[in-house]
Design a protein around this ligand. Structure first.
Ligand code: GDP
Ligand code: IMO
Ligand code: MG
Length: 487
């Protein structure tokens, strides 16, 4: 598929001089097609895995504002589903997190892309990508990502909007992230060291800088000075001098110029788009079990990757949010520290890690692996109200004689827990009760229709549906775009 032949309306309109609002790229809202008429040929090829008519209808029927959210501890394969669904949407938007996310996607030719802040709709020329107010932006990292995409033939100009309200994540936040982790010694969180926690801390402390501050370089230095001083007074190991500030301000003057065409009032853009019946797909970063409120606190990230984060992170009303698809691996993985009740150690864990190639997209760290945890999954389904699930990496379980599923937790005193516990002491002591299901021996990575899956694989999928009470509509059988079964 050609990635550079079509031009996006936002870019096409850039020189037209028409403007709805000073913060919206000229002509953008006027020039987007009113509705997505039908899927063009190039897109049909990209979504060749849509075989059954009913599956096609179901994808087309996804709500005007839909979302793809992680329902474990991250790395479930959210990016892949977003990339597959993106051609059916006008806009793909990130609402939270930052470059701690690592979403791996493949284009039609099988070329691999690792995205961090840029939404996973970027490989589709007709899709506008929005980074919303709830996200945190490390500007040099963002440009690095764009340069990488452009050098691989993916045009980004005029195709990405960054909220003027989003907070800026500075190198100093990354340094503080490392210092905080070092201070925690053995109880470190295992962050990605991308500065996420410290940046959201600045936001909540109310001394953070936002993207719109790049438009006021006269006061930028004074605001940044407060952040630097804050860090220097808190951490002995934090070096700070006036010359560092001066250098950083000069650097950001250059960034400000380059970022200007990307900056928009995305709250306005998204709400106008909704009025114009445009379709928006929200791409979650991280996952509910890493949510600052609902995750295994304090071993969590610092944003809201669950459904609530969509409204606060994009500025759209709850009533417009429709279908939310929960992405769940056929087993579980987790990077960093924190409780993981169904974790497998030794050879068993190694086997899953190797078969699933479970190494972090962002940090390259080996991911901890274990069986599917239905207690945690049900909790995620409750919080997010998923209308369907995407069960990913089912292919990784091929060849196992039996597969276990964690179905309930007992407390230390033997009593069954009624819900996923908030108290980490309780969670760390739970005993997991497993159901043992038969495995299948054949390779399923080239299967494209549900009925062609081995009976034991279908049984596994259907048992999950039964236990969780949410239908599985998508099944991943490989990393590639086409390796998807529509159920
Ligand atoms: P995300 O952060 O949720 O987008 O997930 P990541 O991209 O970090 O991790 C998922 C990994 O699994 C990536 O390397 C994907 O290419 C890969 N992947 C996604 N779906 C499947 C699948 O169904 N089968 C296999 N074998 N790999 C998959
Ligand atoms: P995607 O979007 C997996 C984990 C880190 C750490 C904790 C806090 O690819 O699923 P942070 O850097 O956010 O302060 O780290 O959260 N973590 C992720 N784990 N996938 C991610 O993103 C993650 N983003 C953060 O490993 O345990
Ligand atoms: Mg990831």
């Amino acid at each position: 598929m050609s990635l550079s032949t079509l031009s996006h309306p936002a870019a096409a309109a850039a020189g037209s001089g028409k403007s709805l609002s000073p913060a919206v790229p000229a002509g953008y809202l006027l020039r987007l097609p009113k509705t997505r008429p039908h899927v063009p040929a190039a897109v049909s090829a990209a979504t060749a895995a849509v075989h059954a008519d009913s599956a096609e209808d179901r994808v087309s029927a996804l709500s005007q504002v839909s979302g793809v959210l992680g329902s474990q501890w991250g790395d479930e394969g959210k990016g892949k589903l977003v990339d597959v669904l993106a051609p059916r949407f006008d806009i793909v938007a990130r609402c939270q997190g930052g470059a701690n996310a690592g979403h791996t996607i493949y284009n039609a030719e099988g070329k691999k892309f690792a995205l961090h802040l840029v939404p996973s709709g970027i490989l589709h020329e007709g899709t506008l990508c929005v980074v919303g107010n709830g996200a945190v932006i490390h500007v040099p990292g963002f440009f690095g990502e764009i340069d990488g995409l452009e050098s691989n033939g993916v045009r980004c100009d005029g195709r990405i909007l960054v909220s003027d309200r989003a907070h800026l994540l500075f190198d100093l936040h990354q340094v503080v992230d490392g210092l905080r982790e070092a201070e925690l010694e053995n109880s470190f969180i295992g962050t990605t060291k991308r500065g996420i926690g410290p940046c959201y801390s600045s936001k909540v402390t109310r001394n953070g800088l936002r993207v719109c501050d790049l438009r006021h370089m006269d006061t930028f230095g004074d605001k940044l000075d407060v952040l630097f001083k804050d860090a220097a007074s808190r951490f002995q190991g934090f070096e700070y001098s006036k010359s560092m500030l001066k250098e950083e301000v000069e650097r950001y003057k250059r960034f400000a110029e380059r970022l200007e065409p990307f900056i928009a009032d995305t709250v306005h853009v998204l709400n106008e788009s909704i009025q114009q019946k445009k379709k928006i797909l929200v791409e979650g970063g991280q996952a509910t079990m890493l949510d600052i409120d609902f995750g295994t606190y304090p071993f969590v990230t610092s944003s809201s990757p669950s459904a609530g984060g969509i409204c606060t992170g994009l500025g759209i009303a709850p009533r417009v949010v429709g279908d939310l698809i929960g992405v769940v691996k056929a087993y579980t993985s987790r990077v960093g520290s924190g409780p993981f009740p169904t974790e497998l150690f030794g050879e068993e864990g190694d086997r899953l890690r190797k078969a699933g190639m479970e190494f972090g997209t962002t940090t390259g760290r080996p991911r901890r692996c274990g069986w599917l945890d239905v207690v945690a999954l049900k909790y995620c389904c409750q919080i997010n109200g998923f209308s369907s699930l995407n069960l990913t990496k089912l292919d990784v379980l091929s060849g196992m004689s039996e597969i276990k599923v964690g179905v309930s937790y007992n407390q230390a005193d033997g009593q069954k827990l009624q819900s996923f516990p908030g108290d980490l002491d309780t969670l760390e002591q739970v005993q997991v009760n497993y159901e043992v299901l038969p495995g299948w021996q054949s390779d399923i990575s080239s299967v494209r229709s549900y009925n062609e899956l081995p009976q034991a694989a279908r049984h596994y999928v259907e048992r999950i549906e039964e236990l969780v009470g949410v239908p599985v509509h998508y099944i991943g059988v490989g990393p590639g775009r086409d390796a998807l079964i529509y159920k």
